[in-house]
Design a protein. Structure first.
Length: 277
């Protein structure tokens, strides 16, 4: 029997037993397509018609065949069981055609793979871009927080910290510059009502253009030759009046007067010094 590939029109010589084993399916060795061999059977080719016994030489009969002749016939029959191309496709395949076909196949593969690769590249690029931006943002946030006291001195920096703390649930530090707190008047004298006590009076002002927290006040007592006799620091809660909140801010340009009672260290004290922290 002869069957023809419907895809490339290549014809094959095939046996019924082969069709039965393959359930009627055949594989074209030229275009690699699988097709229904039974549905594409062709008429017997003239030059492939089966030989009749009458066409055999008169001297060649079955009882006169030698064992070697029988083995040769069986071997030829086994070869016939293999598909063989009886008629090549109409188009002649040249080197140029083959190269064009390879180029077309290569182009098709690239076209099929390009969208997937391009999509993967875009996703990878976006991932690393977002990761880099996130790391930069974290680094900037950490640097800003560690330098918050310097950053908050600038209006834009303070605004940035306020926005950051609104999400991070933190507190923006207040602007603070103790160099802008100036002493207007100071006095240390014996307490008029309490024996053995000194009364310290201090008048100072915030010369900054912004409110700032009350400072820590340090008082140093010394002798005539500037030998330190006593030193003590006072936090705002110790020197502010009771009706004032120790966490309140000093408004700019308004003087603040405080009084502090301390124990008299003795008559050797002749000098005193105030510092703000």
């Amino acid at each position: 029997m002869i069957t023809r590939c419907p895809h490339c029109k290549t014809t094959y010589h095939i046996h019924a037993k082969q069709l039965e084993i393959a359930d009627g399916q055949a594989h074209c060795y030229y275009c690699t397509q699988v097709f229904d061999a039974r549905g594409n059977l062709q008429e017997q080719h003239p030059d492939e018609a089966p030989l009749s016994t009458s066409s055999l030489p008169p001297d060649l009969t079955a009882d006169e065949m030698s064992p070697q002749q029988i083995e040769d016939i069986i071997a030829d029959f086994e070869k016939e069981l293999q598909p063989r191309i009886l008629q090549p496709p109409a188009q002649k395949v040249t080197k140029s055609t083959s190269s064009h076909r390879k180029a077309a196949v290569s182009l098709s593969v690239k076209d099929l793979l390009a969208p997937a690769r391009k999509k993967r590249n875009i996703v990878s690029t976006l991932f690393w871009l977002l990761a880099s931006l996130t790391l930069v943002a974290i680094a900037m946030a950490q640097l800003t927080w560690f330098k918050r006291e310097q950053v908050v001195k600038h209006p834009q920096g303070k605004l940035l910290l306020e926005r950051f703390c609104s999400y991070a649930k933190c507190q923006v530090p207040q602007l603070r510059n103790t160099d802008l707190i100036k002493v207007i008047r100071r006095q240390v004298s014996s307490h008029p009502q309490k024996t053995g006590m000194l009364l310290v009076r201090l008048l100072f002002v915030n010369q900054a253009s912004y409110p700032q927290p009350f400072p820590v006040l340090e008082l140093s007592l010394s002798t005539t030759d500037k030998q330190l006799v006593a030193r003590r620091s006072f936090v705002p809660g110790e020197y502010l009046e009771t009706e004032k909140n120790s966490t309140a801010l000093m408004p700019p340009g308004i003087s603040q007067q405080i009084e502090i009672e301390i124990q008299d260290p003795g008559h050797s004290v002749t000098g005193f010094e105030f510092n703000f922290f």
